[in-house]
Design a protein around this ligand. Sequence first.
Ligand code: SAH
Ligand code: AVI
Length: 332
Amino acid sequence: MGNDISSVLAGNSPDADASQAALQAAAHAEFAQAVLDGLTGQPRSLPSRFLYDERGSELFEEITKLDEYYPTRAETALLQSHGADIAEHVGDADTLVEFGSGSSRKTSLLIDALDGLDTYIPIDVSESYLTEAAEWLAPQHDDLTIKPLVGDFTRMEALPDTARGQKLGFFSGSTIGNLTRDEATAFLLNAAQLLGRDSTFLVGIDLKKSPDILIPAYDDAEGVSASFSLNLLTRINRELDGNFDLARFGHRAVYNEREGRIEIYLESLADQSVRVLGRDIAFAEGERIHTEYSHKYSVSEFQALAATAGWRGMKAWTGDEGLFSLHLLRLN
Ligand code: SAH
Ligand code: AVI
């Protein structure tokens, strides 16, 4: 039996085209509102989910291949070494639901390890990433139904009807670290609602470590991390009629020890005024726009956070170098 990757993205009827256009208009309006609010408010801040337009998704893939960026390699190694053990602890799973699935490259390892999986639902805000990933994955997993879903994983109200049977959630890459602790708790509570009773959830968590390792991972020698951040300004210029001069903003990655997180900013390199959607916005030299957090946890800190949302830690796998961990949670 061949697999089915028909999705909410596929628009081949007039009705589908109209609803696709309405979704795109709503996404554009949401981006415009978030950017105007974020740039005119104090402190200035832009939500990190907007980093992933088509170019942003490509740049993130480049980041995952950098020598300095260890999380993707560490998590891949954990899935390769412990896939069978993870599958044994998961038990029966009919549907795999992935939040922020990106390229789905690591997911393929998990799917290989699981027996009897019927449906895969990758959820992502990046339509280009989702399409590429589904097309890459489909030929390798011939009996799997793939149902990509474009949307914000923090605001998912329900899974499609195709999400049948026992569910396994997957949140890889330590993307949960891009949420604040309060947002992560709210996300885990919502995921419990979505995945339902007796579900399991595999979550990748980047562990606390020296800033000597963390800072280069977010500010690499080649400047790919800087390009990833600055691409958000290119996106604003293109989609919101902006005139940011990229040469007049710098990428800054700092480690906030007290909060246990990397904080990423775009810093104005001069006193300047920028126009976005017809509004003039003044920046002083040295003024920063916050674009991302990347929280780092210890194994016990993350398990305590998960427990506040009703998820019991079944088992955690940590690599030899202690860089990264995979947590299997079960809904109590
Ligand atoms: N899980 C993959 C990708 C991580 S990059 C990996 O580990 O390699 C983070 C992914 O989450 C991107 O694909 C981005 O588009 C997506 N993303 C970020 N914020 C999101 C949100 N609020 N809702 C849905 N997807 C989001
Ligand atoms: C997707 N997420 C887990 C990445 C991280 O490490 O926080 C995003 C990233 N931003 C800059 N480099 C990587």
